[in-house]
Design a protein around this ligand. Structure first.
Ligand code: NAP
Length: 361
């Protein structure tokens, strides 16, 4: 099968580099265009990027010339890892020009015709694209994925919606790569914890309600969830760990919830998509897990690790959940979203046969 050429906006940043790394051996997509700021445009990718991941940038991408954001792009599918200010107008222009934009920026996440997609938990939200195209009169589309910290929260809560989630309180310990590159100054974060991340808490609360909500054919009906978030930055490279307390209207046994997590799989063809992990949720029985350094790469960085489920005297239950912020929380999720788009026929003539694929793990 001929691979589809894709473009990566913000290709030199923390999330952009993850895109380049994850797409290197992708069975359907290959990077054909890299885009960054004026600082980088015109340079070879290898010269423009300060590669912070293991090894070297893949040689094919290393030799691509970085394009400016205001140029025209050949690729139908565009992955965006732009800061929200740069994404705000340009992503709209690109969708209007017919591109399918899978974005990590927060600019359009809460627009009521933009799916905030996480295939395992809300694949049906994809159909919101038809509403978006009709309303905006364009043939392209914007599909967002969420803030990286909401990821472990919604992944863990999704299988428990059937019990009636009444309230949630979360306290995050977020890795420094979540702040992008160069991110937080070492003099601020080493030997320290910062109990504030600008804008993060309201995003987590609003995005969780939308992602766990229901699509009624025209709009997303948010989950009626009382949620309160505290977000902190800790000196960890990758992986956001969140302590979560929750109330459930029904009172399932601890063992039942663990079984719900262990048996959880995405709907329909989602588990067969190339980037989908075999088990989206892994429950760890050791009393001191999950830990960022040990567990962030579960399922190639796409699985959420959960542990320490126990009674909470205030809300009923409490536990810890961890997701890799630049893989499941950003580039990996965007790629999974694009795979779902391809499988559902949203990428023009490019429609791979998903049943014929072997799940990679
Ligand atoms: P980053 O490391 O600061 O990278 C930003 C990228 O955008 C760089 O490639 C930069 O290019 C480019 N850029 C900046 N201004 C631009 C402009 N005016 N025109 C064109 N390109 C421009 O940020 P990041 O952490 O990768 O985050 C990217 C986006 O993903 C943000 O919206 C962020 O909120 C979101 N996100 C991040 C994470 C995470 O864990 N880091 C998780 C989820 C979502 P130069 O190198 O040329 O400056």
């Amino acid at each position: 099968m001929q691979k589809l050429n894709v473009a990566v906006l913000g290709a030199t940043g923390a999330v952009g580099q993850r895109f380049i790394q994850l797409l290197e051996d992708h069975p359907w997509f290959q990077v054909g265009e890299v885009i960054a700021s004026e600082r980088s445009a015109g340079k070879l990718y290898s010269e423009a990027v300060n590669w912070v991941l293991d090894g070297e940038p893949p040689s094919r991408v290393a030799n691509l010339t970085v394009k400016p954001l205001d140029g025209e792009f050949d690729s139908l599918l565009i992955f965006s890892a732009l800061p929200k200010e740069a994404a705000q107008t340009r992503e709209l222009e690109l969708a209007a020009a017919g591109h399918i934009v899978c974005t990590n920026a927060s600019s359009h996440r809460m627009a009521d015709d933009v799916p905030l997609l996480l295939p395992e938990i809300n694949a049906e939200h994809l159909a919101l694209i038809d509403v978006q195209r009709h309303r905006r009169g364009w043939e392209g589309a914007i599909i967002a994925n969420s803030n990286c910290t909401v990821m472990p929260v919604v992944m863990a809560l999704a299988p428990l919606r059937k019990y009636g989630i009444t309230q949630v309180q979360s306290v995050s310990m977020q890795a420094i790569s979540g702040a992008g590159y160069p991110g937080v100054a070492s003099l601020d974060i080493l030997d320290n914890v910062i109990p504030y991340i600008a804008g993060e808490e309201p995003k987590l609360e609003a995005e969780a309600r939308k992602m766990l909500g229901r699509f009624d054919g025209e709009r997303i009906l948010d989950l009626d969830l009382n949620i309160s978030a505290t977000c902190t930055r800790v000196p960890v490279l990758d992986g956001h760990l969140v302590n979560i307390s929750m109330g459930l209207a029904d009172k399932p046994l601890i063992e039942t919830i663990i079984e719900d997590w262990r048996s959880f799989a995405g709907p329909d063809l989602v588990p067969s998509l190339p980037t989908a992990p075999l088990r989206p949720l892994e429950y760890l029985t050791q009393p001191d897990r999950p830990q960022p350094r040990r567990d962030r790469n579960a399922g190639n960085g796409m699985a959420t690790s959960i542990g320490r489920l126990r009674p909470c005297s205030i809300m009923g239950y409490k536990f810890a959940a961890l997701s890799h912020n630049t893989i499941r929380g950003a580039a990996g999720c965007s790629i999974l979203n694009a795979e779902l788009l391809a499988a559902k026929g949203y990428l023009g003539d490019f429609q791979p046969l998903v049943d014929a694929l072997v799940v990679q793990q």
